[in-house]
Ligand binder design. Structure first.
Ligand code: SF4
Length: 346
């Protein structure tokens, strides 16, 4: 099956008073319908900027985008604002971390969902749009949807607001859904319910989903594939099993340290990442992770001079043909040994 979304060598730059921010620097990935890609990284890794570029939500005056973004076979880079706006909401939609930023406080929740439907279905009458909105509220598990239709966002709990946001995103049956930290603001129980809901809805709507998160635990629950980003670049990519069971990049090991139940040895801990994310205006030379990497100063390491390319991880037994990719100068053998040592040293 061909991918619904295909991003090739995406580069996103902003002009700021302090200099040029290289927010995304040569990232490629693809997502098929019915599949979920988790894009993971700390803030400033480029994960959210990637999604804003796909949706055309960046500031066109200050942003330069190169590369290719193909959605359902159409190239988006270079399309006019009007055309991208038409695709947004109909063929692709976004779920934000904070539903209050997307739901207007002065209008009832139901009216906003109905309006979102009518924007892309101008032929629909008010009654049909209202019924569609009530159906969607019901579908996302909001009790008494007819009564809830006439309530305002502040009358909803955080979890219910996020469900309403999901209802609004799905009202036009988009083929591509981008969820940016959709559960970060919610408590753990509600978080699990929302992730279950997304999985159910994907089975029904057969969307391609991009889930953006800093939390590999969330990725482990719902994603099929994982892309780990650091300093605007992809540093590891593979299936969720590959990346969580056999992580290859020292940065991924650090991210996994906060979710011990996920890595191969369930009883083990990993070393947390030290230091802070890099400046995207002045990225460290070579491997951008080297100032924070415990393994940067090994004899012969080219971390300070050469940017490691994303290559087959070459994990033993896979012969590199399994799609698991990593951008690190270490050999597969070194990574295997050091990962074991990392676990053992905690
Ligand atoms: Fe660490 Fe070197 Fe690999 Fe970069 S290339 S992640 S510095 S070991």
């Amino acid at each position: 099956q061909d991918a619904y979304l295909r991003v090739t060598d995406l580069r996103v730059r902003f002009d700021t008073e302090d200099g040029v921010v290289r927010a995304v620097d040569g990232v490629s990935f693809a997502v098929e319908r019915g599949r979920t890609l988790g894009i993971v990284g700390e803030s400033g890794s480029g994960k959210s900027v990637t999604s804003l570029a796909i949706l055309g939500l960046h500031d066109p005056k200050r942003t330069t985008i190169t590369g290719e973004i193909s959605v359902g076979g159409r190239q988006l880079v270079g399309l006019g604002d009007e055309e991208v706006r038409r695709l947004r909401g109909r063929d692709m939609a976004m779920i934000f971390q904070d539903p209050l930023s997307a739901l207007h406080p002065y209008y009832t929740v139901g009216r906003q969902i109905a309006e979102a439907y009518r924007v892309h279905h101008p032929e629909a009458g008010r009654r049909e749009a209202r019924q569609r909105a009530v159906d969607m509220l019901d579908r996302v598990g909001i009790p008494q949807p007819v009564r809830r239709f006439d309530q305002y966002p502040h009358e909803f709990s955080g979890g219910m607001r996020q469900r309403a946001m999901i209802a609004m995103s799905l009202v036009n049956d988009p083929a591509l859904l981008i969820a940016d930290e959709p559960t970060t603001a919610l408590d753990v129980t509600v978080q699990a319910q929302i992730l279950d809901l997304l999985a159910d809805l994907q089975a029904e709507f057969h969307s391609a989903i991009i889930l953006i998160t800093h939390d590999l635990g969330v990725v482990g629950q719902v994603a099929d594939e994982v892309l780990v980003m650091y300093g605007g670049r992809a540093v590891e990519r593979g299936s969720v099993e590959q990346v969580l069971r056999s992580p290859q990049h020292p940065y991924t090991w650090g991210l996994l340290s906060s979710v011990p139940s996920l890595h191969g040895d369930a009883d083990a801990d990993l070393l947390p990442i030290r230091g802070n994310p890099p400046s995207l205006i002045n990225l460290p030379p070579g491997c951008a992770f080297h100032p924070r990497c415990r393994y940067a100063d090994r004899p012969g390491d080219r971390a300070r001079t050469e940017v490691p390319e994303l290559r087959p991880a070459g994990v033993t037994g896979s012969a590199g043909a399994d799609g698991h990719l990593v951008a690190c100068h270490l050999t597969a053998e070194e990574r295997t040994t050091l990962y074991a040592e990392d676990i053992a040293s905690v």
